[in-house]
Design a protein around this ligand. Structure first.
Ligand code: PGA
Length: 251
């Protein structure tokens, strides 16, 4: 079933105290009922975040994970470790992981499979760069990303997967895809899912939009028929703007 969901990706921001302060500020905001809210702090603050959100309707996600359960992978974090501290959701495939850490479709396919095997929820990110869009290749690029990382999975796997379309040219740039551009791509994603799987799944899968979502544009973007919510970077680092984005949800 489609889930109205707004997730804050804190990226490499907020130390221990800043994370605690931001969570406290978020808990003092009134958040619209019926919208699922999640935050994704850095690994070192995940356990404390799980504790600090225990008494709030705020979910916690990791920003990445390794595809192996354990082993000689210095500096890495496994799904088993995330689960052991109560983290049930992981963001995979973010464009910054792809661009700066060389994550490609084959690696992401392994990471997704590992997360699913651990019983975790995956927020799977993908989207085209500006050159692809200028060349009119954005639909092909998105189709290839979905196929490469996800289309080996069977339909049942999507009970654990949320998609997040994030045009790279709109991430952290202040340039948002127009509501029409977001809707057009989300509708394309559903038709692509329908071709590979079924019309039922295409209609049921949750698809977030991400890229410079702010309080002043969130309502219009979330109001598009095929947009189910947002993955928020910069604007999730302030409790009032994140709350305003959640509360812009037309539910
Ligand atoms: P942004 O980031 O909201 O700062 O553009 C979105 C994201 O990277 O998920």
């Amino acid at each position: 079933m489609r889930r109205p969901l707004v997730a804050g990706n804190w990226k490499m921001n907020c130390d221990k105290q800043e994370s605690a302060d931001l969570i406290a500020a978020l808990k003092s905001e009134t958040l619209k009922e019926g919208v699922e809210v999640m935050i994704a702090p850095t690994f070192v603050n995940l356990a404390a975040t799980v504790d600090h959100t225990q008494d709030a309707a705020i979910g916690v996600a990791a920003q990445n994970m390794h595809q192996s359960a354990s082993g000689a992978y210095t500096g890495e974090i496994s799904g088993a470790m995330l689960k052991s501290i109560g983290v049930e959701t992981v963001i995979l495939g973010h464009s910054e992981r792809r661009a700066y850490f060389g994550e490609d479709e084959a690696l992401l396919a392994d990471k997704v499979k590992a997360a699913l095997a651990f019983g975790m929820q995956v927020i799977f990110c993908f989207g085209e760069v500006i050159e692809d869009r200028r060349a009119g290749k954005h639909f092909d690029v998105v189709a290839a990303q979905l196929k490469g990382a996800l289309y080996d999975l069977d339909e049942a796997a999507y009970k654990q997967i949320v998609l997040a379309y994030e045009p790279v040219w709109a991430i952290g740039t202040g340039e948002t895809a127009s509501p029409e551009q977001a809707q057009e791509m989300h509708a394309f994603i559903r038709s692509n899912m329908a071709e590979r799987y079924s019309e039922q799944l295409a209609q049921d899968v949750t698809i977030l939009y991400g890229g410079s979502v702010k309080p002043n544009n969130a309502g219009e973007i979330f109001g598009q028929p095929d947009v189910d919510g947002g993955l928020i970077g910069g604007a999730s680092l302030k409790a009032d703007s994140f709350a305003a984005i959640v509360n812009a949800f037309p539910v």
